[in-house]
Design a protein around this ligand. Structure first.
Ligand SMILES: [Fe+2]
Ligand SMILES: [Fe+2]
Length: 366
């Protein structure tokens, strides 16, 4: 079986977008039921690695309004430019793409940038809600302290992407169904370790790789600056997941391990398959299913979706989930073609290198 053959659903399921009714609704309710835990053990620093992370977070707060220079970059023309290295979706002539004019390809560039950042924004809101839940549900004081700083980080991330989309790109997309369903699942699960696993390890691990890509290739100095700040925070968030779960997963039974492996695999293919830009085709009046088919098999897109696992795989290995039991997850990830990342540095070790302290030196900002 090849990576392209492993799919989270049929093409009809993959091409699904949110309904008109859902697009018009301002609020989405997700039922959750979990225990809120008090701890009477206020001994700060019992978990040294978490305490260190918390102290780092305190000095790494930045202000989306004042530490970012909003006057530089952020032009729609940059998103429309065919020479923009992030503008890869319009560079195919397969199927429905064959007849696109230069003007339509430029619009596609603008749409795809707005779509990517819209999904980041929705994912950031998911992170905000999940982390607020961790503050409540985790039993350790050092983890509650750290998670509280992450709640503030995520508020800032939602704020910064919302501002960029509204004021600069002037285009916002609704949440992708596959991303939304995953966020719902992670939020609704009553077990706090599943919140960490779904958000800090899977969603944020993937986001960290995607941000790295964007930071490296975006020609827009404003987006580069925003991304560098967000990445610095995200690296801590993923490290928070790795450090916390490393301890929590020491005494799991075989059945508990397998349940978590299956959850990670499900989440992995659902996240990978959201990168078909379903909502872009819909907004541009292109045939959604045919365009998804092209994206599903396009070599550039396949490679991009594979690289998104570069942070997830080493982190799952560090947690012991890649190899635990009969190696079920290793086998599955082998089919997805992502095992080459297994020996990359895990984020528990890497995050310090990615830290920046506000305000960002100009040399790193643009
Ligand atoms: Fe975030
Ligand atoms: Fe985050």
């Amino acid at each position: 079986m090849t990576a392209a053959e492993v799919q989270s659903g049929t093409i009809d399921e993959l091409a699904r977008t949110v309904s008109t009714e859902e697009k018009q609704a301002l609020i989405r309710e997700v039922g959750t039921a979990f225990d809120s835990l008090f701890t009477w053990d206020y001994g700060k620093g019992r978990r040294e690695a978490l305490n260190k992370l918390y102290e780092k977070a305190k000095v790494s707060q930045w202000n989306a309004e004042t530490d970012i220079d909003w006057s530089v970059g952020g032009q729609i023309d940059c998103a429309r430019d065919p020479a923009n290295p992030l503008n890869v979706m319009g560079q195919t002539d397969e199927g429905p793409f064959a007849k696109l004019t230069a003007e339509q390809r430029a619009t596609l560039g603008h749409a795809s940038m707005a779509w990517t950042l819209s999904q980041f924004m929705h994912g950031e809101q998911g992170a905000l809600l999940c982390t607020a839940k961790i503050v409540d549900a985790v039993p350790w004081i050092d983890a509650k302290y750290y998670a509280a700083t992450q709640v503030m980080d995520e508020a800032r991330h939602v704020e910064v992407y919302a501002k960029y989309l509204r004021e600069k790109l002037e285009w916002e997309f609704p949440v992708n169904v596959h991303l939304r369903d995953l966020l719902d699942t992670v939020l609704a699960d009553p077990r706090w370790d599943f919140t960490y696993l779904g958000m800090q390890i899977m969603v944020e691990g993937l986001a960290l790789a995607a941000f790295g890509f964007q930071y490296q290739f975006s020609p827009d100095p404003l987006l580069k600056q925003i991304t560098r700040y967000v990445m610095s925070d995200e690296a801590r968030h993923v490290a928070f997941g790795v450090i916390s779960l490393k301890e929590a997963y020491q005494d799991l039974t075989a059945a508990e391990v397998r349940e978590r492996q299956e959850f990670c695999y499900e989440a992995a293919i659902r996240m990978r398959d959201r990168f078909l830009s379903q909502e872009v085709w819909e907004a541009l009046g292109m045939p959604v299913k045919e365009c998804c088919e092209v994206m599903l098999h396009n070599p550039v897109q396949l490679e991009f979706r594979r690289v998104l696992f570069s942070k997830i795989v080493p982190n799952l290995k560090k947690l012991g989930l890649l190899d635990a039991g009969d190696g079920w997850l290793r086998q599955r990830f082998g089919e997805l073609g992502v095992l080459e990342f297994e020996n990359w540095e895990d984020t528990g070790a890497e995050y310090e290198r990615l830290q920046v302290e506000a305000p960002l030196p100009a040399s790193q900002a643009g």
